[in-house]
Ligand binder design. Structure first.
Ligand code: FAD
Length: 315
């Protein structure tokens, strides 16, 4: 592990939880320019324009209305309303191939951490959004947050899938438990997005170094590709991208039986190259005013991003 991983990354991720840092950085005009590299904008019009661009280039999209860790029921309701408004606006994007429109939800934005009945409220809110998605032919995937939320999230996803079998979720290869979760969800035919994991986690639950995370990712990917579900390979890492094609061939998966996923603003040329080669590629597009936590996690993933950010502040 390099100095960035051991010394800087934990501090940057801790800043993701700091209200003071959040307030300070949201006041800097310079931050906005850098944030724009990773976030489509703050308004519905901004995200619809970004979606249209990606769709017109032959990519699929999944949209995240930014927000997390809500402890206020009214804010959770506002998040639901924002998703429903977004979904109801999707038909203005015109006829698109089936499955190309999706939203990604964070259960802590929908109330999971509310002091009372958080799990029940988050599930009801997710259900309202999923029903709205079904009305416009869009899919839903429930994002993964830190490890303390995994059991409740997977229980909610199992429950939602009884009524909406195509609701997907995310499994994080850095968690030691994830191979077992992959086996369960692959056997039940679920749509599963496999990512490495973006939160600061203790070694008791997560692999402490990148090599072990990468090995776990490859084991999990094999389970998903071999299983009965729909694997969504969320990684910008060339090794994982290549392994996905090799495993898809090994298990005779058709090109429409799995997909690549990448984040808005990261390796955009590679996204288009893969799409032109005939692979399915979905871009994760975040938008909204609550960009701070998302943005800090992107800084923590890559030393070069911190430099890019500091140069923008200086200029
Ligand atoms: P890495 O080894 O981190 O990166 C490989 C290469 O990709 C780097 O060398 C660089 O070229 C490029 N790269 C990676 N990150 C960046 C960056 N920030 N800026 C610029 N270049 C970069 N995590 C969760 O915990 N929960 C989720 O629900 C979740 N959803 C995700 C959805 C999608 C579609 C994607 C793509 C990722 C998601 N993640 C989520 C984040 C994920 O866990 C990783 O933190 C992130 O994708 C970086 O890991 P990597 O696999 O791309 O590989």
């Amino acid at each position: 592990m390099g100095a960035f991983d051991t010394l800087l990354r934990p501090g940057i991720l801790a800043a993701a939880r700091s209200d003071r840092m959040k307030q300070m950085s949201q006041r800097w005009a310079a931050t906005e320019r850098v944030v724009r590299r990773f976030v489509a904008g703050e308004t519905l019009d901004d995200v619809l324009a970004a979606m249209r661009r990606e769709l017109d280039d032959g990519l699929s999209v999944t949209v995240d209305h930014l927000g997390e860790d809500t402890t206020d029921e009214a804010r959770a309701e506002a998040a639901v309303a924002a998703y429903v408004t977004l979904l109801e606006a999707m038909p203005t994007l015109g006829d698109r191939p089936p499955g190309s429109l999706e939203v990604s939800l964070k259960l802590t934005a929908l109330g999971l951490r509310l002091p009372e009945h958080g799990s029940k409220i988050a599930e009801e809110n997710a259900r309202t959004i999923t029903a709205a998605a079904r009305r416009v032919g869009a899919l839903v995937t429930v994002d993964a947050e830190d490890h303390t939320t995994v059991d409740e999230r997977l229980a909610i996803v199992r429950s939602l899938r009884r009524d909406f079998p195509d609701v997907g979720t995310v499994l994080q290869a850095y968690l030691r438990r994830t191979e077992d979760d992959c086996a369960e969800f692959a056997a039940s035919g679920a749509r599963i997005r496999l990512c490495k994991g973006a939160y600061a986690e203790p070694p008791s639950v997560a692999y402490p170094d990148r090599r072990l995370v990468d090995e776990s990712y490859l084991r999990c990917l094999r389970i998903l590709m071999k299983g009965d579900g729909y694997p969504m390979v969320a990684s910008h890492d060339p090794t994982m991208i290549e392994a996905a094609s090799v495993l898809a061939d090994e298990f005779d998966r058709a090109p429409d039986g799995w997909e690549h996923q990448m984040l808005y603003g990261i390796r955009t040329d590679e996204q288009r190259r893969l799409a032109r080669s005939g692979a399915r590629v979905r871009v994760y597009i975040p938008y909204g005013t609550e960009w701070y936590g998302y943005f800090v996690r992107r800084l923590a993933e890559r030393p070069a991003n911190v430099g890019f950010f500091l140069r923008a502040l200086a200029g």
